[in-house]
Design a protein around this ligand. Sequence first.
Ligand code: UDP
Length: 342
Amino acid sequence: MKLGVSSKLMDTIIREDLEQIKGSIDPGPFQGKRALVSGGSGFLGSWICDVLSQIGSKIICVDNLSTGVVENVEHLKGTNGFEFEKADVCTYSRSPKVDMVFHLASRPAPEDYQKHPVETALANATGTDKMLDLARKNDARVFYSSSSEVYGDPEIFPTPESYEGKVDPLGPRSCYEEGKRFGEALCKAYHDQYGVDVRIGRLFNSYGPRLRPDGLYGRVVSRFIMQAQSGHDITVFGDGSQTRSFCYVADSVTGILRFLGNNRASAEALNIGNDEERKILYLAETVKKLVGSSSTIRFLPFPKGDHRRRLPDVQKSIKQIDWLPRTTLEDGLRRTILWLKK
Ligand code: UDP
């Protein structure tokens, strides 16, 4: 496919998804407001910047570009009220006037964050402290991007927000799992002590356009698609019987914005995920089929600390923000495959 055609296709997919998100949220709470988005040039952060800027928010996008890529927000530079700041949340020292803070800055990919455990833990500890303090000074509302990993390797399925988790504080993933747990605890502490309005979203395996496929940064969906498209082996860890519940990015971002826009949800944690649970081997086979690839599925050792199952209980999100993912795995994969074909 020629570059010109594929970049148009990429734009079309993202544009259509942005329209769907905008049609599924109330823009009222965001219009004319100023938002700081940490991790704003990463996967989810850049989608949030796109939606907010299209519905009339002014944005300060803060990113140290450790895993975020500036191309994700390049098109927003120079647009009304968009500001990009290359900065680390842990040393963030400015005090801009803001109405909302979205704290998403953290390395999300297991192989990558295990190579940078100190930065990962601190982005969720010191970084969260900086963002909460900024919110406190501005009386701003906060969205904290937490994760299904706060449940560790859970024992209850579907997993409700009330489940306390099964986490090894010294396990291979602890910098992220415990980092997110501490981040949540700090959100609650700022709420209880200073009355900061915080919303904790526990995201379950979001995927879609802009999810990085490369090297240590690669998450399973984008990595499998790239492997299938290039004819390389598709690398399934273990026997592929471990499961995940994949949530298409347009659905995740809709959930995040409905949660932040909701007036009654302060100091709540909410699962933001899809309740379609799938085996990783099924994902590999489906990607291979949808791409029309002749790649071989290659089985590699199951990584230490990897999780066996992940499935959110979505009853609270239905009740609290009247939201459920709409995109099937097959449809979301087709869109991601088209987007990655560039
Ligand atoms: N996985 C895999 N092959 C890969 C990358 C990941 O089989 O090349 C598996 C991994 O073992 C995990 C699941 O896919 O069980 C999801 O991995 P990901 O890195 O996307 O994030 P996680 O959900 O583990 O945080």
